[in-house]
Design a protein. Structure first.
Ligand SMILES: O=C[C@H](O)[C@H](O)[C@H](O)COP(=O)(O)O
Length: 241
């Protein structure tokens, strides 16, 4: 009989494989989401057994979880350079490009990842895609002028030949979702994003766009858990290319 792993078991397996690379004294970025939560949980057990690390959480959710597990925490102001960030992703491709932000934490996640020598992504195999874009791209925007910013985004993406729907994320009917940083999120379902670098640059150029969920040149290795075990793409030892 073939054992089938649940998505949750695969997420935990990826988290465990990444945890094997965590060493005493490391300064860690702690990601957000259900996969990252497995990592934080497993890290908490290692800390209880005597591992000493300091973590910088990428969201209030992760901060609460890590605090509850007794993981020593810091901020980027106190600890501005990190050894390793471990985080999940909504999608990734073979070039280690990611879409993140399904859980709304993309801005802090990107700042923390950029402050890290290495970023390990942990994911189950369903997140692997040939071309990014099946998952709607989260774009974080300032609340001021949100409707104008949205129209500006629509014009820009149309100019890039991307057609799709842009939906403001809600936390309840008629209640906009607000990020930890106090911003709105637009979920942009464009379909296949053939040129993520160009889209990234164009979005960054729009006033009112705080950040977006394309993570390019940040992930150094991806731990992909599938039925056959955990496969790693990228380089677990090196920094960003
Ligand atoms: O904002 C949330 C993050 O980018 C998550 O890492 C991402 O949404 C993946 O989450 P999950 O591990 O729950 O699929």
């Amino acid at each position: 009989m073939t054992a089938t792993l649940s998505a949750d078991a695969m997420k935990r397996a990826a988290a465990q494989a990444a945890l094997d690379h965590v060493a005493h004294g490391m300064r860690l970025g702690l990601g957000t989401g259900s996969t990252a939560a497995h990592f934080v949980d497993l890290l908490g057990a290692r800390v209880r057994d005597g591992l000493e690390v300091v973590g910088v959480p990428t969201s209030e959710r992760t901060r609460l979880q890590a605090e509850g597990l007794g993981i020593k925490l810091s901020t980027l102001d106190e600890t501005p350079e990190l050894d390793l960030t471990i985080d999940g992703a909504d999608e990734f491709d073979a070039s280690l490009r990611l879409i993140k932000g399904g859980g709304g934490a993309l801005l802090r996640e990107k700042i923390v990842a950029a402050a890290s020598m290495r970023m390990f992504v942990i994911a189950d195999a369903t997140k692997e895609v040939g071309t990014l874009g099946a998952f709607p791209l989260p774009v974080e925007i300032d609340r001021f002028g949100a409707r104008s910013t949205r129209l500006h985004i629509e014009r820009v993406v149309r100019g890039l030949g991307l057609i799709g729907t842009i939906t403001q994320r809600l936390s309840a009917p008629d209640t906009p979702y607000v990020t930890d940083g106090g911003h709105f999120i637009l979920d942009c379902a464009f379909g296949a994003i053939d040129a993520p670098e160009a889209l990234s640059e164009r979005l960054y150029a729009i006033p009112g766009v705080v950040d977006h969920g394309l993570f390019i040149g940040l992930a150094t290795a991806i731990f992909i858990a599938g039925a056959g075990g955990v496969r790693i793409i990228g380089d677990v030892t090196g920094g960003p290319a």
